[in-house]
Design a protein. Sequence first.
Length: 429
Amino acid sequence: MAGPSNVSNMVVGLDIGTSKVVAIVGQPTDDGGIEIAGIGSHPSRGMKKGVVINIESTVQSIQRAVEEAELMAGCDIHSVYVGIAGSHISSMNSDGVVAIKEREVASADIDRVIDSARARAISEGQRVLHVLPQEFAIDTQGGIREPLGMSGVRLEARVHLVTAALNAVQNIEKCVRRCGLDVDAIILEQLASSHAVLTEDERELGVCVVDIGGGTTDIAVFTEGAIRHTAVIPIAGDQVTNDIAMALRTPTQHAEEIKVKYACALTQMASGDEMIKVPSVGDRAARDLSRQSLAEVVEPRYEELFTLVRDELRRSGYEDLVAAGVVLTGGTARMEGVVELAEEIFHMPVRIACPQNVRGLADVVRNPIYSTGVGLLHYALNENRQGLGPQEQDGGLSAQPRRNDVSRRGPEEGTSALVKLKSWFKGNF
Ligand SMILES: Nc1ncnc2c1ncn2[C@@H]1O[C@H](COP(=O)(O)OP(=O)(O)OP(=O)(O)O)[C@@H](O)[C@H]1O
Ligand SMILES: [Mg+2]
């Protein structure tokens, strides 16, 4: 298999979702985009509501996805940028202040002020995942985005701190390492998704991105170019499927199929004349159901979900500051009628977004289910462009020194067991 021209700048995003695990290999293009070299996807077994509940099953899903991506990209994957979600995540805004040593802000001053902002009491069992600078103030001048080189005596920083349960982080790391891979960095999923789907203008104007997957709905709010608020709601597409299974008394896999093919989130948009067949449990005969009746089952759950998101946005204090409205992504956003229903509830413009700035397998990855996976690549490449090591940019903790994410796979090597074994040993020792 022909390998890509240059593997040294390739990075790999691994999205361990509740519905599917995706590994995406990409490299930067000259225009600031991403060339996708390979993608592997496998149904996720072993995750619930965004967290690992079965290590063995999760490891298998990751292995399959990674092998598929390796085959397609013609390279061996050694390390990955991984996403994290779940109700164990918490976030807060925090301030720090230091004296400017030489009366002119040096990068060491910026590091110190960010350190001082992150030095908050973190609950036991939580680990800091991200320290994301929002803005700086020098003496009495606030609203500074780039303080380097500016004169003054006192430097203040305001940051968004994201923490995650240590156990949940360790379980993800364990699963990845068992596959013979290193963890470059662990990134909050909605932060990754926002890198893939938001425009610069939206971030500046103010926007709320909502990634609705199978297990969790992940929210991030941006205003004036910086992240202000993040939250996770443990309700998403799995609940919709469950509602259909219960209401129609049909097995879950049929409910899932019916949902994806025929469901509509807004009853008034679904026709009462269009009939679908619903398989029953056991050996009872299949029944006929109108699409409108199906929508009547689905709408209340989407309505509940959007109401919870709106309440969260209201609580955060940013509801009136998101002039660009709401950007929906994730598989559950793909249902017909979702934008219309969401606009009714949010009273602001809503759009559904797919990953942007991608080339290569663009037709495949321009799908809301890949926003996190592609976003992990954007995050990683951003970091590399700035010449920073993993998570140094936002002050997160890095477990491992950085090495190349991928290496070229020779045509004769293929996926031979020996090569796999070698790379497994490389990853573990
Ligand atoms: N066309 C569609 N209409 C409605 N729902 C859909 C459609 N396509 C996919 N879904 C739903 O999207 C969900 C999967 O989305 P996604 O792949 O973004 O989740 P995930 O990333 O694996 O999960 P999570 O992020 O919650 O851990 C499933 O519940 C699936 O039923
Ligand atoms: Mg997801």
